[in-house]
Design a protein around this ligand. Structure first.
Ligand SMILES: Nc1ncnc2c1ncn2[C@@H]1O[C@H](COP(=O)(O)OP(=O)(O)OP(=O)(O)O)[C@@H](O)[C@H]1O
Ligand SMILES: [Mg+2]
Length: 232
């Protein structure tokens, strides 16, 4: 590997899903190391286990075997509280279908992770600062005029930019994106990729999964998932 320290290291990851009497083996020994500041794309066919892998990396699910280490800390050895902190503060997630809350406006959707991580009491002390950060993020994403809108009043590309803002709210060390352009036309998808490239240039570590080769090529490094393993 290069000179930069590793931020994420997955070793011999196995994951299967039980379907009645049979187990479907999805990941069969995936190894993956990501350096700090890298923009990595994971490409693979539909059903190859890309989302499964991303969930394991983000601590949303556990492998049957193998380890995921973040900064040399094994996620499987973290206590519940620490794992929650990892998911909420170290990692930012962006999904294909945005997963915004329609009852909240755009600004509130963006600062929600700060509320979650600080709890009710802590939130009151830091509310003004969190709102300012959310507003700054919306400006960076070209959405300052949309702060009071509800997500359903926005286009797909705008919604995804809100989702990126939300993912960045707690200044995560790692951004995980699952088909972030999968629901968008190619021009709008390009805008989203430009946002990710800009973040990468500013030092953000990104792991993005996609089935689209053209999308993957925008990353700095491409990893192919096939037959449950990383193709060498
Ligand atoms: N919760 C689950 N229970 C049972 N099977 C599952 C579950 N989640 C995923 N699978 C199966 O695991 C395999 C990999 O799924 P996964 O969603 O990781 O693929 P993917 O590469 O993200 O595909 P896509 O490009 O379509 O999003 C699929 O065959 C899927 O049906
Ligand atoms: Mg998927």
């Amino acid at each position: 590997m290069g000179q930069r320290p590793l931020i994420l290291k997955a070793e011999r990851l196995h994951k299967s899903y039980r379907m009645g009497a049979t187990a479907v083996k999805v990941l069969k020994g995936v190894n993956l190391a990501v350096e700090q500041g890298q923009f990595v794309a994971v490409i693979g066919a539909s059903g190859s286990g890309k989302s499964t892998l991303l969930h394991l990396l983000g601590g949303l699910d556990r492998p049957n075997e193998g380890t995921v280490c973040f900064d040399d800390r094994d996620l499987s050895r973290m206590r519940a509280r620490e794992l929650n902190r990892y998911r909420n503060e170290m990692v930012g997630f962006v999904f294909q279908f945005y997963h915004l809350l329609d009852e909240l406006n755009v600004l509130e959707n963006v600062f929600l992770p700060a509320m979650v991580s600080r709890g009710i009491v802590g939130w009151w002390g830091t509310r003004a600062a969190a709102r300012r950060r959310a507003q700054e993020l919306l400006e960076q994403l070209g959405l300052q005029d949309r702060a009071q809108h509800k997500p359903y009043q926005l286009s797909g590309g705008e919604r995804q930019r809100v989702a990126i803002g939300r993912a960045l709210m707690n200044e995560p060390r790692l951004l995980l994106a699952d088909e972030p352009t999968g629901n968008l036309d190619s021009a709008t998808g390009n805008d989203i990729l430009a946002v990710l490239e800009r973040l990468h240039q500013a030092g953000q570590t990104i792991v993005m999964v996609t089935h689209d080769e053209r999308v993957a090529r925008r990353a700095q490094r491409v990893i192919t998932l096939t037959d449950g393993k990383v193709k060498i």
